[in-house]
Write a protein that binds this ligand. Structure first.
Ligand SMILES: [Zn+2]
Length: 300
């Protein structure tokens, strides 16, 4: 029988979309002490085959429907009932707009109140049970959850029964904007323009910053996508020494190996060398003003 005496430690990745969270999750999954679940917030959608995930038919990364995959069927045995939920709900627009004008203390109070609703407390309880069952079943001390969602991260942080550490992964807002626009051309999920997308991305960055300010500094680590992709070993060493993991060799390629992860970047099924994607730069060659706005937002 696996022998985990202590509670698992969740390493939760906070990030915007298109910011390299799947790359970081994949790199971390190579540690023998870690098991990665991908984006746990998307688990219910993947079980019900609803919301994002259509491109891979909402399957687990092993290629099987979630409840038919050996990994998840063991973890979820008896857990999925009509109340089952894996996503924290909160009023996005309502929160992000006035956030910038609030003092960190006021915004923390207001943000924290959202994650303590009875509904969200129940969801956090489900997440805690899933983390614990995975740790016990697969004998791993650390669980990586790359759900990205800043408010969900706060809910996990606020749950005193979960031990968690948080990585805020930041990418150049110009790259995020370009990558979101490119993705939407394929999946037609949004028809927002470049400026609106950049402003939204900036607002989300402010929300992440506000959430991080509610957390104990020792539990958080801020990393830049560009640094992670350019110097993977340095980034992993920093994570290991900050969060008490044994150091391990950084992989040279991003690839799935016996993973059972939920959601992630659509490109994750191909094995690729780890290198920073700078393809966004040419997009801005004739968009000097947009580029300047992005640079300004990066600095704020
Ligand atoms: Zn699977």
């Amino acid at each position: 029988m696996p022998n985990i005496e202590n509670k698992p430690t969740v390493i939760y990745i906070i990030a915007d979309r298109r910011s390299g969270s799947t790359l970081l999750e994949n790199m971390l999954s190579k540690s023998e002490e870690i098991i990665s679940v991908g984006e746990l917030a998307m688990l219910k959608g993947h079980i019900l085959k609803e919301g994002p995930g259509e491109m891979w038919a909402w399957h687990c990364s092993c290629g099987k429907p979630v409840l038919q995959c050996d990994f998840w069927s063991r973890v979820l045995r008896g857990a999925v009932d009509s109340h089952f939920e894996t996503k924290i709900s909160w009023p996005y627009k309502f929160l992000t707009t006035p956030l910038a004008s609030l003092s960190p203390r006021t915004s923390c109070r207001s943000l924290t109140s959202y994650v303590h609703t009875p509904e969200n407390a129940q969801t956090t309880g489900f997440l805690k049970n899933i983390y614990e069952t995975i740790s016990r079943t697969y004998d791993k001390k650390f669980i990586v959850d790359s759900s990205k969602d800043a408010m969900q991260a706060l809910a996990v942080y606020e749950c005193k029964e979960i031990d968690a550490k948080f990585i805020w992964l930041i990418r150049d807002l110009r790259a995020v904007t370009f990558s979101k626009l490119k993705r939407w051309q394929v999946n037609k999920r949004s028809d927002k323009g470049a400026y609106e997308t950049m402003l939204d991305s900036y607002a989300y960055k402010k929300l992440c910053k506000a959430v991080l300010s509610c957390m104990d500094k020792e539990d958080t680590l801020k990393l830049h996508y560009e640094a992670v992709a350019d110097e993977p070993q340095k980034a992993l060493d920093k994570i290991c020494s900050s969060f008490g993991l044994k150091k391990f060799a950084a992989p040279e390629v991003m690839e799935l190996t016996n993973d059972h992860t939920i959601a992630g970047t659509p490109g994750r099924f191909e094995s690729k060398p780890i290198t920073a994607d700078n393809s966004w730069r040419s997009f801005y060659e004739d968009k000097k003003l947009l580029s300047a706005v992005g640079k300004m937002f990066n600095a704020l």
